[in-house]
Design a protein around this ligand. Structure first.
Ligand code: MN
Length: 262
C-alpha cells in the first residue's frame, strides 16, 4: 500500500511529522507532498493565476508552493505520476475540523481532492482546547490513528466518500470511544472580528471564533468530541439539497413559458 501524506499546516508543521510516523506504521511506501507554507482556511481553493512550484526536500518528500488542493494535484499528476497512491492521509491538523468548518478546511479539502482523484482519503485533526501549549498535543492522534485507519481500510469504501476524523482534546488513555457521526452545525454568532491598529494608525483585523451557542440536534460530531470520543464522519462532495428540488422545480416550471410569451 502506497500512502500520500499531505496537510494544510505546511510541510514543516509538527502534525505532519506525526502523520508520517502514523503512515509508516501502516506501510513502508510513504510519500509526503504538502504545501510549503501554512494554508489553514484555504478550503478547496486551487491556484490558477500563477505558476505552482514543487521542491524536493528529501527522498519521497516534497513541498508545493500552493494550496492543499494544489499539493494533492501535483502529487497525483506529477510527483507520484508513476507511483499512484492507494491512500491519502491529510493532517494531522493542529485543531479540530468539525461541523461546517469542513468547508473552510484545507485539511478536509486535501482529502476531498484525493477522493476526486479516485483515491481513498482520510482527513485527521487533533482538537486542541485543553491540550493547547502541551508538550505533545498530538499524542491522542498518534496513539489512536494507526488502529483506526486500519479499521477504516477494512471497512467497505464507497468511491466519492472521504472520512473526516477528529481526535478529542484528551490524552489517548482518556478517550471514551469511537463514534461514527453526522456533520453538525455550529450555532452562531460565533465569529469574532478583532480590530487592532498598526503603528501608522491604520486598522487591521483578525478573524477569531467566539463560544458556540448550543442548539439540540446540531451537535453530532461536535458532541462526540465534547464527550471525549473520536469522531468519524463520512463526507461526500454532492452538496445538492435533495428535498428542495421538487419545490424549486414547481416554482420555476412556468419561467420558460413566460420567456416565450414575453
Ligand atoms: Mn490547519
Amino acid at each position: 500500500m502506497r500512502i500520500l501524506v499531505t496537510n494544510d499546516d505546511g510541510v514543516h508543521a509538527p502534525g505532519i511529522e506525526v502523520l508520517e510516523a502514523i503512515a509508516r506504521e501502516l506501510s513502508d511506501d510513504v510519500w509526503t507532498v504538502a504545501p510549503a507554507e501554512e494554508q489553514s482556511g484555504a478550503g478547496h481553493s486551487l491556484t490558477l493565476a500563477e505558476p505552482v512550484r514543487v521542491r524536493q526536500l528529501a527522498a519521497r518528500r516534497y513541498a508545493v508552493r500552493g494550496t492543499p488542493t494544489d499539493a494533492v494535484m501535483m502529487a497525483v499528476g506529477v510527483v507520484m505520476k508513476d507511483h499512484r497512491p492507494d491512500l491519502v492521509l491529510s493532517g494531522v491538523n493542529r485543531g479540530a475540523n468539525l461541523a461546517e468548518d469542513v468547508t473552510y478546511s484545507g485539511t478536509v479539502s486535501a482529502a476531498m481532492e484525493g477522493t476526486l482523484a479516485g483515491v481513498r482519503s482520510i482527513a485527521l485533526s487533533q482538537t486542541l482546547g485543553a491540550l493547547e501549549g502541551e508538550a505533545e498535543p498530538f499524542e491522542c492522534a498518534r496513539v489512536w490513528a494507526p488502529r483506526l485507519i486500519r479499521a477504516l481500510l477494512d471497512a467497505p469504501w464507497t468511491p466519492g466518500v472521504l472520512v473526516n476524523v477528529n481526535f478529542p482534546p484528551v490524552a489517548s488513555d482518556a478517550v471514551k470511544g469511537v463514534r461514527v457521526t453526522e456533520q453538525g452545525f455550529h450555532d452562531y454568532g460565533r465569529l469574532v472580528i478583532d480590530q487592532r491598529r498598526d503603528p501608522r494608525g491604520n486598522p487591521y483585523f483578525w478573524f477569531g471564533l467566539g463560544p458556540d451557542a448550543k442548539v439540540p440536534g446540531h451537535e453530532t460530531d461536535l458532541k462526540a468530541i465534547r464527550e471525549s470520543h473520536i469522531s468519524v464522519t463520512p463526507l461526500h462532495l454532492d452538496l445538492t439539497h435533495y428535498p428542495t428540488i421538487p419545490a424549486l422545480r414547481g416554482a420555476l416550471a412556468g419561467l420558460a413559458d413566460t420567456a416565450a410569451s414575453g
